[in-house]
Design a protein around this ligand. Structure first.
Ligand SMILES: [Zn+2]
Length: 344
């Protein structure tokens, strides 16, 4: 079968690899009908060091169950499923608490250990706990939005939860990538009154406004902080959704949160220590977040997608075939595309 392999910075290839197959009795084999390139894929695409082992990429997919192991109970061949970016048993103490990304038996797709979903098929460990069966056929028009439940919509929702977004709150979203845009949807869905999008790509800003952003701040650094303060009566926002993962983004996040506010961070951190610890302390800020337990959010978000109340699938502005995957990485990395869907 064909699959995406990252060999080094800027070097991503489509290759023929051994077919994915069942290994454990709790596995399912899923034929991938749609996958994505993720903003987080761009980190190794930019930074992978020579000598690091090749990685089979991809952690977001919708597909059709092709085979199940002997111990799989809830899935059957032909089911249309969403694959969350992490696999989990759905049963351990952390899964029961809704924190599936800390599953004792779980792990992440698209790592050196677990082959990813930018491929014709993917082996899904702990399939009963991991996969989410959709009540629709695989060609339904809602598939783009349902595909975002794999990662970006659930991750935006997690940022909003960690930042304690609620009715009437003021919110800032840092980052205008697909997660940031989904974070706008999530903030609005949870009742935020003011949603300030911080980003500077015109196409993304336009989409953010359609998703519910009430203000846009395109400045960076100190100027951005000043603008947010001006927009919020001098105090800053209740909730900051940090969807980038750099030291600068985190510093800005802490600087624009009002006293007693919260920062929800979902950008994979590329800094050693959380910056600005003094203002965070003196302003009594809560800093939370981490890898989103998107599996836990699927039940909650599904009805809103099915009934058209949210349309996170609009973040996909390019659909490509497998042959075009290297160019898809290049385009996302060059910010020519917001989010790329891979459709074999
Ligand atoms: Zn678990």
């Amino acid at each position: 079968m064909r699959a995406t392999v990252l060999y080094g910075a800027g070097d991503v290839r489509i290759e023929n690899v051994p077919d994915a197959r069942l290994i454990e009795p709790t596995d399912a084999l899923v034929a991938v009908s749609r996958a994505c390139i993720c903003g987080s894929d761009l980190w190794p695409y930019q930074l992978m060091k020579p000598g690091e082992p090749p990685r089979r990429m991809g952690h977001e997919a919708i597909g059709v169950v092709e085979a199940v192991g002997a111990e799989v109970r809830t899935l059957k061949v032909g089911d249309v499923v969403v694959m969350p970016f992490a696999f989990s048993d759905g049963a351990c103490v952390f899964c029961q608490e809704g924190l599936h990304t800390s599953c004792i038996h779980g792990g992440f797709f698209g790592t050196v250990e677990v082959p990813g979903a930018q491929a014709e098929a993917v082996r899904v460990p702990l399939a009963d706990g991991t996969l989410f069966v959709l009540p629709l056929g695989e060609d339904d028009a809602l598939m783009a939005s349902l595909l975002t439940l794999s990662d970006v919509m659930g991750t935006g929702h997690h940022a909003a939860r960690a930042a304690k977004v609620g009715r009437g709150k003021t919110v800032a979203v840092i980052g205008d990538g697909a997660v940031g845009l989904c974070a706008v949807i999530a903030a609005r869905r949870l009742g935020a009154e003011q949603i300030i999008m911080m980003g500077h790509h015109p196409d993304r800003i336009a989409l953010a406004k359609e998703f519910g952003a009430t203000d846009v701040v395109s400045e960076r650094g100190e100027e951005a902080v000043e603008r947010v303060r001006k927009l919020t009566g001098g105090f800053g926002v209740h909730s900051v959704l940090e969807c980038v993962g750099t030291d600068q983004a985190m510093r800005t996040a802490i600087s624009i949160a009002r006293p007693g506010g919260a920062v929800g961070r979902v950008g994979v951190p590329h800094y050693e220590a959380i910056p600005a610890s003094e203002p965070a302390f003196y302003n009594n800020l809560t800093v939370g977040g981490g890898p989103a337990p998107v599996r836990a959010y699927m039940e909650e978000l599904l009805p809103d997608v099915l009934e058209g109340r949210i349309e996170p699938g609009r973040v996909f502005d390019r659909v490509i075939t497998f042959d075009q995957v290297p160019d898809g990485y290049r385009a996302m990395n060059a910010r020519e595309a917001i989010k790329v869907m891979v459709k074999p």
